[in-house]
Write a protein that binds this ligand. Structure first.
Ligand code: ADP
Length: 383
């Protein structure tokens, strides 16, 4: 059998959907999952349950894999170096992935490359936050504080309003370095996503708008409405350049802030399939998951173009009802064009348990359809 074995570290929904994309290609897929109940562990045949922070567990998992890739970015960098030293291809490699793991390293590298970022520096204590606030042009509060490692979905991010804001002490309790940033007065968040393979082929998806609610991605619109062509092309070029400079292999998401004066600043990087590209499963010729697999296997990449003028994805968060299945009747009857993706996770309030996607010629209509379905599944509306 020459069909390769891809080993993905992590058993969440990203692994579940990557697995799905590999099935038609006949690719063998193995995961290292924290628990047997994780979203991917429920559907993948070859599951190793274990702790990705333990090198020997990783080594045992990597045995028989042709390549190792990730559904999250938390594997310690030194463990990835050890796997590479054992001769196992790790994609993205540790020197690239560290920029998605550590916001301090990412800011330093992007700034050195001349890529526009918010004003930032590492701060040592609340008094240093106050000093940072008043450095440089346009300084002052509010200031955004982030732990450099370990944050996700807005956890690990604090907005500090004044020098005596008691929240300024909190980030320092985690015992990891704290990054201070100017609070960017952005009009919206965009994401530029590219996929790059080891031999350097890369494709860019259209730039999308991503709407966050309470720090969690709520809606993604592809392409970003009203984005001038040249600004979209510049953001794609920026993402391609970052992927090449950092030697990223696989999917790279570049999260961006668009400011009132038309600037585009980098917020953060993710090097794995990403929520901002779930729309590609139904809305693009080749999904991010399929292209991530092609890239880590160094196969030619698939066409990233959209299939329809507009695609809208809305995340389904857990609500009051533990069982969403009865809502399928209404959602499917109301909208035969609706695409539902559920992750097989237990419903807990506010937890991402799935997403819905719609596409068509009319943006307002596509948004209404996706919004309605997500709210109905969650139980916030009842018709
Ligand atoms: P996470 O790793 O949790 O996704 P992010 O760095 O993406 O953390 O920050 C989460 C959210 O906080 C962003 O989506 C954005 O809304 C807000 N945010 C982060 N950095 C800034 C900043 N410098 N200025 C304004 N808002 C910010």
């Amino acid at each position: 059998m020459t069909f390769p074995v891809v080993g993905m570290v992590g058993g969440g929904q990203l692994a579940r959907m990557t697995h799905e994309a590999g099935i038609p290609l006949g690719i063998h897929f193995k995961i290292l999952s924290d628990t047997p109940q994780d979203a991917a562990a429920k559907v993948v045949r070859e599951v190793v349950v274990g702790d990705y922070r333990d090198l020997e567990t990783l080594r045992a998992f990597a045995q028989g894999c042709d390549v190792i890739t990730f559904d999250h970015e938390h594997v310690p960098t030194e463990h990835l170096r050890a796997l590479e030293a054992d001769g196992i291809p790790v994609r993205p490699g540790p020197d690239a992935l560290v920029h998605a793991q550590d916001k301090g390293v990412m800011r330093a590298r992007l700034s050195a490359l001349g890529i526009p970022c918010p004003r930032h520096r590492i701060v040592t204590d609340p008094a240093d936050v106050a000093r940072f606030a008043h450095e440089g042009d346009g300084g002052g509060f509010p200031v955004v504080l982030k732990t450099v490692r370990g944050g996700y979905d807005g956890k690990g991010v604090w907005v500090i309003d004044s020098a005596d804001d008691p929240a300024a002490a909190e980030p320092f309790r985690a015992g990891v370095p704290v990054l201070a940033e100017e609070k960017v007065d952005y009009t919206r968040e965009l994401a530029a996503n590219v996929v790059r393979s080891p031999h350097g082929q890369a494709v860019a998806y259209p730039v999308v708008e991503s709407i966050q609610v309470r720090g969690v991605c709520d809606t993604v619109i592809a392409p970003a409405p009203g984005l001038p062509d040249e600004r979209g092309a510049a953001a794609q070029q920026l993402a391609l350049r970052i992927a090449a400079e950092l030697d990223v292999t696989g999917h790279l998401a570049v999260e961006l802030f668009e400011t009132t004066d038309g600037r585009v600043l980098v917020n953060e990087l993710a090097m794995r399939p990403h929520n901002s590209r779930h729309w590609t499963q139904d809305g693009a010729v080749t999904s991010q998951f399929a292209n991530h697999l092609r890239a880590v296997l160094d196969l030619p990449l698939g066409d990233p173009r959209p299939r329809a003028p507009w695609t809208v994805m809305v995340n389904v968060l857990g609500g009051d009802y533990p069982d969403m299945y009865p809502a399928y009747l209404h959602c499917m009857a109301r909208d035969p064009g609706l695409k539902i993706h559920m992750y097989g996770k237990d419903v807990k309030p506010g937890r991402k348990v799935g997403h819905v996607t719609t596409f068509g010629d009319d943006l307002a209509e596509a948004r209404e359809r996706a919004r309605h379905a997500a709210d109905y599944l969650r139980g916030t509306i009842d018709e």
